[in-house]
Ligand binder design. Structure first.
Ligand SMILES: Cc1cc2nc3c(=O)[nH]c(=O)nc-3n(C[C@H](O)[C@H](O)[C@H](O)COP(=O)(O)O)c2cc1C
Length: 215
């Protein structure tokens, strides 16, 4: 992963079509991967992008699944990584610390497009990468990490919103973590009245490989 939360794209991603305009079963694997990469890089950069939020599923020590919404903070096509920010005291961070297998999921209802990624997550906490991400975080985002109670603590009442800290206030850094999710495959499902298209991209070889799957 790149310090400073850059989102590098594959070589010709700047020319990639939108995923919505692509016929998944007809396009080359490289073209689809470029479009996916361009979409996720744009989604990380804009809160208005329909893929800015994703669902992350983890498993706990008993094998029970847990899913929740997070903000897509970064995407790296070269290293095939997705990353998000979280509180190191949260159950999800504890779960990932024990078992790094995660499932990532997006759905854009306007385009009727689902993206699924199985990944292995690693936690960056207190290292250079976490500090670099902290420096680029907005005060509103930093405020979440200044609370005294760990996420999931049972409270008597709803707590007030924590005030945005000053830019040089690093108290929240102790709780701040970057979760980096590395993957080898991407699965897409595009719904069409004429026939749903489901494909898997395998990305570990020199060139991406596309497999057409039964929807
Ligand atoms: C729109 C939205 C965005 C969220 N973004 C994040 C996020 O980026 N990171 C995070 O840790 N939690 C985020 N949350 C809260 C999580 O969904 C979850 O409630 C919280 O992190 C506790 O999860 P856990 O108990 O499974 O660890 C978000 C929730 C919503 C509704």
């Amino acid at each position: 992963m790149i310090l400073g939360m850059m989102t590098p794209l594959p070589e010709s991603a700047g020319h990639a079509e939108s995923l919505a305009g692509l016929h998944l079963a007809a396009e080359s694997a490289a073209t689809i991967w470029q479009a996916v990469a361009a979409e996720l890089a744009a989604a990380a950069a804009s809160a208005r992008h329909p893929l800015h939020l994703l669902t992350v599923a983890t498993v706990d020590a008993t094998g029970a699944p847990h899913a929740r919404t997070v903000v897509l903070r970064g995407f790296d096509a070269t290293d095939r990584e997705v990353w998000f920010h979280t509180d190191i005291r949260s159950p999800k961070a504890e779960q990932i610390g024990v078992d790094g297998r995660v499932a990532l999921h997006w759905y854009d209802p306007a385009r009727r497009l689902q993206i699924r990624i199985a990944a292995t997550a690693t936690i960056h906490h207190g290292d250079a990468l976490a500090q670099a991400a902290w420096r680029t975080s907005q005060p509103m985002s930093r405020a979440c990490y200044t609370t005294g109670e760990s996420p999931g603590t049972i409270l008597e009442t709803v707590p007030p919103a924590p005030p945005p800290p000053a830019t040089d206030d690093d108290r929240g850094l102790a709780a701040f973590a970057v979760i980096c999710c590395r993957f080898e495959c991407v699965e897409l499902l595009s719904l069409h009245a004429s026939g749903h298209e489901r494909i898997r991209l395998r990305l570990t070889g020199t060139e991406p490989i596309r497999e057409i799957l039964a929807p």
